[in-house]
Ligand binder design. Structure first.
Ligand code: SF4
Ligand code: SF4
Length: 246
Protein backbone atom coordinates (compact mmCIF):
# COMPACT_ATOMS: atom_id res chain seq x y z
CA UNK A 1 0.00 0.00 0.00
CA UNK A 2 1.46 3.42 -0.85
CA UNK A 3 1.98 6.10 1.76
CA UNK A 4 -0.67 8.78 1.28
CA UNK A 5 1.78 11.67 1.24
CA UNK A 6 -0.63 13.71 -0.87
CA UNK A 7 -2.56 14.29 2.33
CA UNK A 8 0.38 16.39 3.58
CA UNK A 9 -0.55 19.16 1.14
CA UNK A 10 -3.12 21.20 3.02
CA UNK A 11 -6.13 22.25 0.94
CA UNK A 12 -5.65 25.89 2.01
CA UNK A 13 -2.23 25.87 0.30
CA UNK A 14 -3.59 24.80 -3.08
CA UNK A 15 -4.83 27.24 -5.65
CA UNK A 16 -6.36 26.68 -9.08
CA UNK A 17 -7.74 28.93 -11.82
CA UNK A 18 -11.18 28.29 -13.23
CA UNK A 19 -10.32 30.04 -16.48
CA UNK A 20 -6.67 30.08 -17.49
CA UNK A 21 -5.32 29.93 -21.03
CA UNK A 22 -1.54 30.02 -21.60
CA UNK A 23 -0.21 30.28 -25.18
CA UNK A 24 -3.57 29.20 -26.48
CA UNK A 25 -3.69 26.10 -24.25
CA UNK A 26 -6.55 25.86 -21.78
CA UNK A 27 -5.02 24.87 -18.40
CA UNK A 28 -8.09 25.67 -16.30
CA UNK A 29 -9.05 23.63 -13.24
CA UNK A 30 -6.69 20.86 -12.09
CA UNK A 31 -4.15 21.66 -14.83
CA UNK A 32 -3.40 24.98 -13.16
CA UNK A 33 -2.96 23.68 -9.62
CA UNK A 34 -0.26 25.49 -7.66
CA UNK A 35 1.05 24.60 -4.20
CA UNK A 36 1.75 27.78 -2.28
CA UNK A 37 5.09 27.60 -0.48
CA UNK A 38 5.26 28.35 3.23
CA UNK A 39 8.14 29.51 5.35
CA UNK A 40 8.55 28.01 8.81
CA UNK A 41 10.64 30.16 11.14
CA UNK A 42 9.62 29.15 14.67
CA UNK A 43 11.75 26.04 15.17
CA UNK A 44 11.99 24.37 18.57
CA UNK A 45 15.51 23.00 18.53
CA UNK A 46 14.84 21.00 21.71
CA UNK A 47 11.75 19.25 20.38
CA UNK A 48 13.39 15.88 19.74
CA UNK A 49 15.00 15.91 23.20
CA UNK A 50 11.67 16.84 24.79
CA UNK A 51 9.87 13.90 23.13
CA UNK A 52 12.80 11.58 23.92
CA UNK A 53 12.41 12.48 27.61
CA UNK A 54 8.85 11.10 27.62
CA UNK A 55 8.35 7.34 28.21
CA UNK A 56 8.30 5.67 24.78
CA UNK A 57 10.09 8.42 22.89
CA UNK A 58 13.64 7.34 23.79
CA UNK A 59 14.63 5.93 20.37
CA UNK A 60 13.17 8.60 18.06
CA UNK A 61 16.71 9.64 16.98
CA UNK A 62 17.16 6.30 15.18
CA UNK A 63 14.49 6.99 12.53
CA UNK A 64 15.71 7.01 8.93
CA UNK A 65 12.31 7.92 7.43
CA UNK A 66 11.68 4.67 5.53
CA UNK A 67 7.91 5.02 6.02
CA UNK A 68 7.28 1.39 7.05
CA UNK A 69 5.44 2.59 10.18
CA UNK A 70 2.93 4.67 8.23
CA UNK A 71 2.65 1.97 5.60
CA UNK A 72 1.65 -0.64 8.17
CA UNK A 73 -0.43 1.64 10.42
CA UNK A 74 -3.98 0.57 11.29
CA UNK A 75 -5.23 4.13 11.76
CA UNK A 76 -3.50 5.46 8.61
CA UNK A 77 -5.44 2.91 6.56
CA UNK A 78 -8.63 4.64 7.75
CA UNK A 79 -7.36 8.20 7.99
CA UNK A 80 -4.45 9.22 5.70
CA UNK A 81 -3.83 12.31 7.87
CA UNK A 82 -2.61 9.98 10.65
CA UNK A 83 1.03 9.70 9.64
CA UNK A 84 3.63 8.59 12.24
CA UNK A 85 6.56 8.87 9.78
CA UNK A 86 5.66 12.50 9.05
CA UNK A 87 5.27 13.43 12.73
CA UNK A 88 8.61 11.82 13.60
CA UNK A 89 10.15 13.89 10.80
CA UNK A 90 8.60 17.11 12.15
CA UNK A 91 9.80 16.34 15.68
CA UNK A 92 13.35 15.61 14.52
CA UNK A 93 13.38 18.84 12.50
CA UNK A 94 12.02 20.84 15.45
CA UNK A 95 8.94 21.94 13.51
CA UNK A 96 6.65 22.32 16.52
CA UNK A 97 4.04 24.58 14.93
CA UNK A 98 3.61 22.08 12.06
CA UNK A 99 3.19 19.24 14.55
CA UNK A 100 0.57 21.22 16.47
CA UNK A 101 -1.60 21.38 13.35
CA UNK A 102 -2.25 17.65 13.88
CA UNK A 103 -2.53 17.76 17.68
CA UNK A 104 -6.15 16.61 17.66
CA UNK A 105 -5.48 13.32 15.86
CA UNK A 106 -2.15 12.12 17.29
CA UNK A 107 -3.96 10.58 20.29
CA UNK A 108 -5.91 8.30 17.90
CA UNK A 109 -3.09 5.69 17.91
CA UNK A 110 -4.70 2.38 18.96
CA UNK A 111 -1.42 0.86 20.23
CA UNK A 112 -1.66 -2.12 17.88
CA UNK A 113 2.16 -1.99 17.52
CA UNK A 114 2.12 -2.98 13.85
CA UNK A 115 4.48 -0.04 13.24
CA UNK A 116 6.83 -1.30 15.96
CA UNK A 117 7.01 -4.73 14.27
CA UNK A 118 7.63 -3.14 10.86
CA UNK A 119 10.26 -0.59 11.94
CA UNK A 120 13.76 -1.64 10.79
CA UNK A 121 15.47 0.73 13.22
CA UNK A 122 13.76 -0.21 16.50
CA UNK A 123 12.38 3.29 16.91
CA UNK A 124 9.22 1.91 18.59
CA UNK A 125 6.92 4.35 16.74
CA UNK A 126 3.99 3.32 18.94
CA UNK A 127 5.95 4.58 21.94
CA UNK A 128 6.77 7.80 20.09
CA UNK A 129 3.03 8.35 19.45
CA UNK A 130 2.33 7.84 23.17
CA UNK A 131 5.22 10.13 24.11
CA UNK A 132 3.99 12.81 21.71
CA UNK A 133 0.42 12.62 23.03
CA UNK A 134 1.80 12.88 26.58
CA UNK A 135 3.99 15.84 25.58
CA UNK A 136 0.97 17.61 24.04
CA UNK A 137 -0.92 17.19 27.32
CA UNK A 138 1.98 18.29 29.52
CA UNK A 139 2.52 21.40 27.39
CA UNK A 140 -1.19 22.22 27.63
CA UNK A 141 -1.81 21.89 23.88
CA UNK A 142 -4.50 19.25 24.42
CA UNK A 143 -6.68 18.40 27.43
CA UNK A 144 -5.91 15.35 29.53
CA UNK A 145 -7.12 12.32 27.54
CA UNK A 146 -9.27 9.51 28.94
CA UNK A 147 -6.34 7.21 28.25
CA UNK A 148 -4.05 9.25 30.53
CA UNK A 149 -6.76 9.46 33.21
CA UNK A 150 -7.07 5.66 33.12
CA UNK A 151 -3.26 5.24 33.34
CA UNK A 152 -3.13 7.55 36.37
CA UNK A 153 -5.91 5.71 38.23
CA UNK A 154 -4.31 2.34 37.44
CA UNK A 155 -0.85 3.51 38.54
CA UNK A 156 -2.17 5.17 41.71
CA UNK A 157 -3.82 1.91 42.75
CA UNK A 158 -0.75 -0.20 42.11
CA UNK A 159 1.50 2.22 43.97
CA UNK A 160 -0.85 2.69 46.92
CA UNK A 161 -2.10 -0.86 47.43
CA UNK A 162 0.28 -3.14 45.51
CA UNK A 163 -2.63 -4.65 43.65
CA UNK A 164 -5.46 -3.83 41.27
CA UNK A 165 -9.19 -4.11 41.91
CA UNK A 166 -10.80 -3.97 38.46
CA UNK A 167 -14.17 -2.83 39.81
CA UNK A 168 -12.60 0.06 41.66
CA UNK A 169 -10.50 1.15 38.68
CA UNK A 170 -13.62 1.16 36.53
CA UNK A 171 -15.71 3.09 39.08
CA UNK A 172 -13.03 5.75 39.53
CA UNK A 173 -12.50 6.05 35.78
CA UNK A 174 -16.21 6.59 35.13
CA UNK A 175 -16.36 9.15 37.95
CA UNK A 176 -13.30 11.11 36.78
CA UNK A 177 -14.48 11.15 33.17
CA UNK A 178 -18.02 12.21 34.17
CA UNK A 179 -19.65 9.07 32.80
CA UNK A 180 -22.63 7.35 34.42
CA UNK A 181 -21.94 3.87 35.79
CA UNK A 182 -25.31 2.49 34.74
CA UNK A 183 -24.91 2.41 30.99
CA UNK A 184 -26.51 -0.46 29.06
CA UNK A 185 -23.26 -1.68 27.46
CA UNK A 186 -21.46 -1.61 30.80
CA UNK A 187 -24.22 -3.43 32.67
CA UNK A 188 -24.25 -6.10 29.91
CA UNK A 189 -20.46 -6.42 30.08
CA UNK A 190 -20.42 -6.83 33.86
CA UNK A 191 -23.28 -9.37 33.70
CA UNK A 192 -21.36 -11.44 31.16
CA UNK A 193 -18.14 -11.23 33.18
CA UNK A 194 -19.66 -12.33 36.47
CA UNK A 195 -22.12 -14.91 35.11
CA UNK A 196 -19.45 -17.63 34.88
CA UNK A 197 -17.76 -16.89 38.22
CA UNK A 198 -18.31 -19.06 41.32
CA UNK A 199 -20.04 -17.40 44.29
CA UNK A 200 -16.86 -17.45 46.39
CA UNK A 201 -14.88 -15.52 43.76
CA UNK A 202 -17.75 -13.05 43.36
CA UNK A 203 -18.00 -12.29 47.06
CA UNK A 204 -14.19 -11.91 47.26
CA UNK A 205 -14.32 -9.42 44.38
CA UNK A 206 -17.12 -7.44 46.04
CA UNK A 207 -15.31 -7.40 49.38
CA UNK A 208 -12.04 -6.26 47.78
CA UNK A 209 -13.80 -3.50 45.84
CA UNK A 210 -15.41 -2.19 49.03
CA UNK A 211 -12.53 -2.55 51.51
CA UNK A 212 -9.49 -2.29 49.26
CA UNK A 213 -6.99 -4.68 50.92
CA UNK A 214 -3.26 -3.97 50.57
CA UNK A 215 -0.51 -6.38 49.59
CA UNK A 216 1.25 -7.38 52.80
CA UNK A 217 4.56 -5.62 53.58
CA UNK A 218 3.90 -3.22 50.73
CA UNK A 219 5.03 0.02 52.36
CA UNK A 220 8.74 -0.23 51.39
CA UNK A 221 7.91 -1.05 47.75
CA UNK A 222 5.34 1.78 47.71
CA UNK A 223 7.87 4.33 48.97
CA UNK A 224 10.46 3.17 46.42
CA UNK A 225 7.92 3.41 43.60
CA UNK A 226 6.82 6.87 44.69
CA UNK A 227 10.43 8.03 44.81
CA UNK A 228 11.10 6.62 41.32
CA UNK A 229 7.95 8.21 39.85
CA UNK A 230 8.83 11.58 41.39
CA UNK A 231 12.36 11.36 39.92
CA UNK A 232 11.04 10.49 36.45
CA UNK A 233 8.47 13.30 36.57
CA UNK A 234 11.15 15.78 37.64
CA UNK A 235 13.31 14.67 34.66
CA UNK A 236 10.38 15.14 32.26
CA UNK A 237 9.56 18.58 33.66
CA UNK A 238 13.21 19.62 33.43
CA UNK A 239 13.42 18.45 29.79
CA UNK A 240 10.34 20.51 28.96
CA UNK A 241 11.62 23.54 30.87
CA UNK A 242 8.66 23.34 33.23
CA UNK A 243 8.40 24.06 36.94
CA UNK A 244 8.84 20.70 38.81
CA UNK A 245 5.71 21.53 40.86
CA UNK A 246 3.45 21.83 37.76
S1 SF4 B 1 0.56 1.45 17.20
FE1 SF4 B 1 -0.43 3.39 16.57
S2 SF4 B 1 1.00 4.31 15.12
FE2 SF4 B 1 1.56 2.15 15.32
S3 SF4 B 1 0.49 1.06 13.70
FE3 SF4 B 1 -0.83 0.95 15.48
S4 SF4 B 1 -2.19 2.73 15.35
FE4 SF4 B 1 -0.48 3.09 13.91
S1 SF4 C 1 9.47 2.50 10.33
FE1 SF4 C 1 10.94 3.21 11.83
S2 SF4 C 1 12.71 3.99 10.67
FE2 SF4 C 1 10.97 3.79 9.25
S3 SF4 C 1 10.00 5.84 9.25
FE3 SF4 C 1 8.92 4.63 10.78
S4 SF4 C 1 9.99 5.04 12.70
FE4 SF4 C 1 11.33 5.73 11.05
Amino acid sequence: MPIHEKSLIRPENLSTHDNLVIDGVDVSGDFSTFIRSRVVTDYNEDLQDEIAAMPGGEYIHRCWQCGSCTNSCTVNAENPDFNPRYWIYLIRMGMESELLRDKDIIWQCVSCNKCTSACPRDVVPEGVMKATAHWLEMKGHTPKSNSLIFDEIFTDQVVEYGRIEDGRVLMEFMKKTDQPLLQDWLVDLVKKLVSGLPLKALSKMGWSTLFHPKTSDWSKARDALREHIAEEKAKQHAALGMDPAE
